[in-house]
Design a protein around this ligand. Structure first.
Ligand code: PMP
Length: 300
């Protein structure tokens, strides 16, 4: 197998050479931002939206990314090409960079920019057929006025803690509530419920990341003629929903069939969830920033 190429500060290096300092504040303090992006058949899905979110996250933590969005976009395309990838998961990390042991970012002279592109380990199709089991956890979502969930920072401890709780409880994914008990999201995905044909997702101000898949699904559902609303809801609404599903770059659209031991409807993935998943997969394979001049150049 040929070596994996990683983009690290202005150049593509072999995986073995892609190392950063232990003094990087991304490592010492979780000080930095990141994105998870996906390419389908040589098309990078919603690249501009991902870059907007990355640069907004950086702006919020007062970090200057040393490239323009246009430069970053072509670096990502180059990284995919260099690795001869067609469908890929792309991780972009911008850390504060090496400094001294104090937490003040003033000692960090330049951010580290890292892009990793690799063939995607797809979730087994069986999981989409079966659906996930979800459980609510004691750990609450970060309050937006403490560390905003809109900052996709390297500090993911809130999400890691809920994932640990879900593991302990023996469920596939955690249901995170905010400090008032309203449903926010999963550990790394947004949540939707369907009730009487109406698709509902929590407004992001309650404490959810504004997921790019979430927004794509809202638009798609709207185009398909479904009624979609961003409305606060509680666990009761989840337990009594006709369908529950999660969205995210990695997971796309996946049904939830059990929440806190309550079977959702008949315990099988719902029709609207299935419809949205198949339409989403159709769109992702055609839309997006092209990595290769023509499809024939794409490596399958
Ligand atoms: N919420 C959280 C906390 C996440 O980490 C993610 C993954 N980025 C999502 C939701 C889903 O967002 P997206 O659709 O942009 O991947």
């Amino acid at each position: 197998m040929s070596s994996q190429w990683i983009y690290l500060n202005d150049r593509l290096v072999k995986k073995e050479e892609a190392v950063v300092s232990v003094f990087d504040h991304g490592f010492l303090y979780g000080d930095g931002v990141f994105e998870g992006i996906r390419a389908y058949s040589g098309n990078i899905f919603k690249l501009d939206e991902h870059l907007d979110r990355l640069y907004d996250s950086a702006q919020s933590i007062m970090m200057t990314i040393p490239y323009t969005k246009e430069e970053m976009s072509s670096i990502i395309v180059d990284t995919i090409r260099q690795n001869e990838l067609d469908s890929a998961y792309i991780r972009v990390v911008v850390s504060r960079g090496p400094g001294n042991l104090g937490l003040d970012p003033a000692s960090c002279s330049r951010p580290n920019v890292i892009i990793i592109a690799e063939a995607l380990a797809l979730f087994p199709e069986e999981l989409y057929q079966r659906g996930l089991r979800m459980g609510s956890v004691a750990t609450r979502r970060n309050r937006p006025d403490v560390l905003s969930p809109q900052v996709k920072s390297l500090n993911y401890l809130n999400n890691i803690l809920v994932k640990l709780e879900a593991n302990q409880a023996g469920v596939d994914e955690a249901l995170m509530l905010n400090d008032e008990g309203y449903v926010t999201e999963g550990s790394a995905d947004n949540i939707f419920i369907v009730k009487n044909g109406r698709i509902i997702t929590p407004p992001v101000y309650l404490g959810a990341l504004e997921g790019i898949t979430r927004n794509a699904i809202i638009d798609l559902a709207d185009e398909l003629g479904y009624s979609v609303a961003e409305t606060p809801f509680t666990r009761h609404d989840v337990y009594t929903a006709d369908e529950v599903f999660l969205t995210g770059t990695a997971v796309e659209v996946i049904a939830v069939i059990d929440v806190d031991g309550r079977k959702i409807a008949d315990g099988r993935p719902g029709h609207i969830t299935g419809h949205l998943l198949s339409e989403f997969r159709r769109v992702t394979h055609t839309d997006g920033v092209k990595c290769y001049a023509n499809q024939a150049d794409a490596v399958s």
